[in-house]
Design a protein around this ligand. Structure first.
Ligand code: G3I
Length: 377
């Protein structure tokens, strides 16, 4: 039995944090209590994105990655498998198998599950067939039927297992805070009616679920218009009586040395969001440090420091209860293919390195949970 397998077994047996601390080694590195156990002690949850099928990727079908998930997290979210791009091979077709795999995996291990996402409102991330879809002579009715059918099918299949959905993802344009327009929103006659409908249908189908608007506005300079646009959207939801419970803060942090995070403006943004009664989630945390020096120890330290500073700030808000990372291991992170370093060195924005050894970011996350105020109720 590997060290990780033993840890999982211990965890399954309800081992205490002290027992976990004394558990065997992972990749030759001493292990400390899992971020999830530390989070749980504070009434929080720690989760990760995962893929479904790739036996050599960051997926539940890769035993090495699955062991990491089982040791470290209590909450899963599909990295791609619930998106239209994956679920909808054609206008009338659904391909549920990959996400079924994640759902079955989570259920068998007693792990909670989030839904991402019922509507990623950008043409770029919709299936190719959508581009030329003929919405007919009554396009608004046809678009409404299509969105309803999609949300009804997904919630009917997974609604009993999923307590929290990113109903709409990224409908605010970062450049000027306007609302994205897509084939679907044009057919519908506007973005507001489309995104409002998504939340109304989700609420009809899942009266008890947490319905989330998810976006990537951040605390770095350059996010001013994006933050303002998200605030306008959230205000609009309240005015129109749209059932939205929480804001998902993706939190793909950027650390490039020179640009300091705008901490005051960020607090102002979060204060405004919570003042409207929205809960908060960190949905896709990782650190983009590609402009940092190639020296691994220095880079890891800077990534860990920014991660800790951000989590400390965010965990001071009692409205935040779930923290999810966008993958646990650098080897499989989206950053590797989407944002490779110019010098060809490996990206290091996750908790584990390519050899499955914990990097300082993991200890930083653990320390942030250990220091977090306890949630009650
Ligand atoms: O599955 C196909 C495979 O069959 C095909 O051979 C291959 C060829 O390119 O593509 C595979 O699909 C890729 C998929 O990831 C699975 O690996 C898509 O091309 C690729 O676009 C997709 O990228 C994902 C991206 O969202 C777009 O959906 C990333 O993995 C995923 O990490 C990223 O996640 C997003 C969140 O959903 C929203 N917030 C930002 C975040 C990072 O971009």
């Amino acid at each position: 039995m590997s060290g990780l397998d033993r840890r999982s077994a211990l965890k399954g047996a309800g081992a205490t944090a002290a027992a976990l601390a004394a558990a065997p080694l992972l990749g030759g590195t001493p292990k400390t209590p899992s971020p999830h156990s530390l989070a749980q002690a504070k009434g929080l949850r720690f989760g990760s994105a995962t893929a479904a099928l790739d036996p050599l990727g960051g997926s539940v079908s890769n035993p090495r990655y699955a062991a990491l998930l089982e040791a470290e997290v209590g909450l899963l979210v599909p990295e791609n498998e619930m998106k239209w791009q994956a679920l909808r091979p054609g206008p009338g077709a659904f391909a549920f198998e990959p996400f079924d795999r994640i759902a079955a995996y989570a259920k068998a291990r007693g792990m909670a599950l989030r839904g991402h996402t019922l509507l990623w409102h950008r043409d770029q991330w919709m299936p190719a067939w959508m581009k030329d879809y003929d919405f007919g002579v009554r396009p608004a009715a046809s678009a409404e039927r299509m969105l309803r059918a999609h949300i009804e099918a997904v919630t009917a299949r997974y609604g009993s297992q999923i307590h929290s959905f990113d109903v709409v993802n990224e409908t605010v344009m970062p450049e000027d805070g306007s609302l994205a327009q897509t084939v679907l929103s044009r057919a519908m006659g506007g973005t507001e009616p489309l995104v409002d409908l998504a939340f109304h249908v989700a609420r009809e189908r899942l009266p008890g679920a947490q319905l989330v608007y998810n976006d990537y506005m951040g605390w770095e300079p350059g996010n001013e218009a994006h933050r303002a646009g998200v605030l306008r959207l959230l205000e609009g939801f309240r005015k129109r009586g749209v059932p939205v419970d929480a804001l998902g803060l993706q939190s793909h942090l950027i650390v490039e040395g020179k640009a300091r995070p705008q901490e005051r403006a960020w607090r102002g943004f979060i204060d405004a969001v919570t003042a409207m009664g929205y809960a908060l989630l960190i949905t896709e945390f990782d650190v983009r440090g590609n402009g940092l020096s190639a020296a691994v120890a220095k880079r890891d330290a800077e990534v860990a420091a920014i991660g800790k500073a951000y989590l400390d700030l965010m965990l001071s808000y009692p409205q935040l209860r779930d923290v999810l990372v966008w993958g646990l291991c650098n080897r499989y992170s989206w950053l590797r293919s989407f944002e490779p370093r110019k010098d060809g060195k490996e990206t290091r924005g996750c908790l584990y390195d390519d050899a499955f050894r914990p990097v300082p970011l993991r200890a930083a996350i653990a320390a942030a949970f250990a220091a977090a105020p306890k949630r009650t109720g």
